[in-house]
Design a protein around this ligand. Structure first.
Ligand code: ZN
Length: 342
């Protein structure tokens, strides 16, 4: 169990977490460097609070090259009116701000992958200090945490919201209910390749409702994927009773990642020629992609085949791949996970 008692953090918030109304401010992280001796990193934060109700923590930019969350959250920080809120909405649209500024997955300051740095350290690297502040100051305030992701510059996903299988089935049911409320075109029972150090795991271990997304990728965002992020966020806030009104009904197709057989990794470098597009049905042993060695012609491509039946849920971008890169994810068609299911 994580200790949620306050610990010394160098980060200072310019907002009052207990005040009502709208506040736009910063989490100021001291960062002494060559071009700014007593300088700081200024992470934008917005708090919208009114009346009595739960607290939602909405995070974008955990990885700096994923844009649906930041696009939806900068907009909602600008447009949500406190009079329509019952409770509190904490918006951090670009959490790993140095990475977000650089358009990179990891921090250009310390190379830190924020979503592998939790629970963080108050006396660690810049990235670890951000993680520590989220763990010990922000998550304890929240009833629900929504952390936006997409594929960044090296993956592209079917648009989905997701939660994980959890040991506490009541908590798991609340997480999947929030995923259903988000109602992205796809909803995923998600398996992580390596869950150590993730914000997801930290929030879940603190007993909170946690949902995440993968809403596209390829280092950009589309009008469609930003709309999915915006609608999903509003409907999760309605689901929690923080905003009034009823969600617009949307259909979502449930998918599952039942085992590590979902993932395919490249064995060699080369040029990828996908044989299936995102969302296409695939059968076990069917070719997903050919990877051509690029040094010369006349060399046979390596075939990559699906290990299971399902749909192509993620694919590598751009067109060249390196040994060890994730080439594809195949997810299986599923039903809404009822309480009691594992
Ligand atoms: Zn991400």
């Amino acid at each position: 169990m994580l200790n949620s008692a306050p610990r010394p953090s160098p980060i200072v918030a310019s907002v009052d977490f207990d005040a009502k109304g709208v506040q736009h401010g910063h989490l100021r992280l001291p960062y002494s460097r060559d071009d700014s001796a007593w300088g700081s990193i200024m992470i934008p934060i917005c708090i919208i609070a009114h009346g009595i109700g739960p607290t939602a923590l909405l995070i974008g930019g955990n990885h700096g090259d994923e844009y649906e969350g930041p696009a939806a959250l900068f907009e909602l920080a600008q447009t949500l009116a406190p009079l329509h809120v019952s409770g509190r909405i904490i918006i951090v649209p670009a959490l790993n701000y140095p990475a977000f500024r650089a358009g990179t997955r990891t921090s250009p300051i310390d190379g830190g992958n924020l979503n592998r740095s939790f629970p963080g350290r108050p006396d660690g690297t810049v990235t670890e200090k951000i993680a520590d502040y989220v763990t010990h100051r922000l998550i304890p305030l929240a009833d629900i945490v929504l952390d936006f992701h997409s594929g960044g510059k090296t993956l592209d996903f079917l648009p989905y919201a997701a939660a994980h299988t959890l040991p506490d089935k009541s908590q798991q049911a609340r997480c999947f209910a929030a995923v259903a409320a988000f109602a992205a075109p796809y909803s995923m029972k998600m398996l992580e390749i390596d869950a150590v150090g993730m914000l997801d795991t930290t929030v879940e271990e603190m007993g909170k409702v946690f949902i995440t997304t993968e809403l596209g990728g390829a280092g950009t965002a589309s009008a469609t994927s930003i709309k999915i992020a915006r609608q999903g966020t509003l409907d999760v806030l309605r689901h929690m009773g923080i905003l009034g009104g009823t969600p617009e009904p949307r259909t979502s197709r449930w998918l599952d990642m039942p085992s590590s057989d979902c993932f395919t990794f490249a064995r060699d470098d080369g040029l990828i020629a996908f044989a299936r597009d995102l969302g296409a049905p695939v059968s076990a042993n069917e070719i997903i992609a050919l990877v051509y060695p690029i040094g010369s012609t006349g060399v046979a491509p390596i075939e990559y085949r699906a290990a299971i039946d399902g749909v192509l849920a993620a694919r590598h971008v751009p067109g060249l791949i390196k040994a060890g890169d994730c080439l594809s994810v195949v997810a299986t068609i599923a039903e809404y996970p009822q309480p009691g299911q594992t």
